[in-house]
Design a protein around this ligand. Sequence first.
Ligand SMILES: NC(=O)c1ccc[n+]([C@@H]2O[C@H](COP(=O)([O-])OP(=O)(O)OC[C@H]3O[C@@H](n4cnc5c(N)ncnc54)[C@H](O)[C@@H]3O)[C@@H](O)[C@H]2O)c1
Length: 438
Amino acid sequence: MEKGKDTSKSRTRRDFIKSTGAAALATPFVFNIGMAQGLDNTNVDTLKIGLIGCGGRGTGAANQALSADDNVILTAVGDVFPDKMEASITNLQQIHKDKVKIDNDHKFLGFDSYKKVLESDVDVVLLATPPAFRPGHLSAAIAAGKHVFCEKPMAVDVPGLKKVYAAAKAAKEKNLSLVSGFCWRYHFPKRETFGKVLNGDIGEVMSVYNTYNTGELWSRPRQPEWSEMEFKMRNWLYFNWLSGDHITEQAIHSIDMMSWAMGDVLPVKVTGTGGRQQRIDPKYGHVYDHFAIVYEYESGAKGFHFSRQQKNCTNSYAVDINGTKGNCMVDCIKRKHEIVSGGEKWRYRGEGNDMYQTEHNELFASIRSGKHMNDGEWMANSTMLAIIGRMAAYSGQTITWEEAMKSEEVLGPPMGDYSWDLDWPTKTPAVPGEYKLF
Ligand SMILES: NC(=O)c1ccc[n+]([C@@H]2O[C@H](COP(=O)([O-])OP(=O)(O)OC[C@H]3O[C@@H](n4cnc5c(N)ncnc54)[C@H](O)[C@@H]3O)[C@@H](O)[C@H]2O)c1
């Protein structure tokens, strides 16, 4: 159905969503008939979006979702802080005056706001809270039959991650699209460059050195009227039960690119070190400020990851891949994509793109076409690579993938136990050799 045509005689909006969503599983025959007859789903009707987590990234993702398709509106939002929610709505209204249609009774506040967004009539949800909530939000979103944009990281511990694997599988079975916030995978220069590596242009990959060395990040000073929980929630980066620590929350982008270069093969074992030297004030909770991790693969290849959040040091955000025939250098700061192999140098000279926008363009196109995307398995694997790196560094132990996947360590409270009275303990930073994983 083309945009602007009378849709009254065509399938209704609900039919469209059903045929491209959860109900497609229950009624595969109907779905297949539609596809077999070559029905064009483009702009059959308006897609409604719900945003869960209205901070910087959530607001950005909502902007991109609203820009991705002519016929989308934002109808519901959920957050725990009214100031964050209102600022986000105001921003979005300024950019998308006609596409932000949120009634007051669709502005949901509180730790259960996600449930209310999911119970509303939205078709697509954007998950952009701090990472700890992601497994619960993603599982509930897929169970409710919603298409999902899911920011990284997808979990902070292994039990949470297992819910993500299960939700990703369920999304596939239900014909729901699931797109991850690992944005570099949506960057045209990196797609072509990593494509060449995967194509064997530098031979067999022997090592992937990858960095995310940056300065300090923001922190919010404690206010007298804040509870302990509010302080932690407003400074979630510094509490590993909310963020997963900075290797999981931020440096994971480089780890994901390492995994991409390795063909998303999983390492056999992982060794690491880390600690905190600059960021020792109690306001920084208990996270580290540097990590160094070695990933060992069955092929003999090794991945070397360095990350730090320390001021006055050299910054680096790059992936340096060595193969049996050549080298590939991807530098996210210098915007360099280069391969040297067999005495020849190749440099990406093609089109650039806004990778954040491309994530949503592809998500909405997949929903429209019924050819559903599912980033689920690799996005969960990349999250696990960061979690196992943290486990190795915290404990000082070399850990196999198999052992790590058996971990029952849960960093924070169960989803239903979050409340403003909660005073979840801030443990001292992990001491290698003493920290018990199992
Ligand atoms: N892909 C990228 O390049 C990229 C960039 C920045 C952030 N991120 C990721 O996006 C996520 C959010 O980061 P951010 O920078 O927007 O943080 P933020 O603090 O700006 O936003 C988080 C929002 O979630 C809200 N929130 C917290 N707990 C909630 C809950 N239980 N239910 C509903 N809302 C809740 C907060 O009040 C806040 O408005 C993180 O996982 C981060 O790693 C990804």
